[in-house]
Design a protein around this ligand. Sequence first.
Ligand SMILES: Nc1ncnc2c1ncn2[C@@H]1O[C@H](COP(=O)(O)OP(=O)(O)OP(=O)(O)O)[C@@H](O)[C@H]1O
Ligand SMILES: [Mg+2]
Length: 190
Amino acid sequence: MAQEKYEPVERYIEKRFWGAHMSKVQLPTSQQKSILAWIKKPSNFLVMLGCPGCGKSFTAIAITRHLFDIASKKIQYPSIFYYPQGKIYEEFRELYHNRWSDEPIKKRLSDALLLTIDDFGCTRNNEWQAEIMSQLIDERYSNKKPTILTSNLNLDEIEEKFHRRVRSRLQSRENLIISDWETDLRQEGL
Ligand SMILES: Nc1ncnc2c1ncn2[C@@H]1O[C@H](COP(=O)(O)OP(=O)(O)OP(=O)(O)O)[C@@H](O)[C@H]1O
Ligand SMILES: [Mg+2]
């Protein structure tokens, strides 16, 4: 597996998001209260769906960092991870390439205190990838593990790409689903 050069939470965060912090986040007004409540007591899924450029990654990263900072005050190395979905597949591919077991990474992702998966469903999926992702969602859902997902897809498209079981779990009433982001911030010069 890739050597850990940075704190796991920062490993896959790109330069563009180095400044992503809660103080700068602009939440959709109608959902502000519920997102802040989720952050105060993370449980189950926070699902952010919306058009390209509306600020999902920025927000997901800012929340992940914020929760990492809070957890770090209580635990030395909190298992809080941020992954663009493609990087999860890359890590699995590397293991398979070296004929190593995928059990440790499966456990790491399933057990993480907080797992953020950015760009969910945005890369092409083959069967083993869809299977890994469906299993992971199921594990985290079953154990009510705080999980943040962002995607350009809507729930119908997520169902098409993965499985109805994934959609059903994401759509659970215990989750917070935000889908009313509208502005493409990239067109506004951000
Ligand atoms: N609150 C903010 N303050 C400053 N810059 C922001 C903020 N939110 C987003 N941005 C910037 O706006 C751009 C688009 O945001 P982001 O990449 O988070 O969108 P996205 O919804 O994840 O898009 P995609 O679906 O294409 O991945 C980025 O350059 C990001 O750094
Ligand atoms: Mg993004």
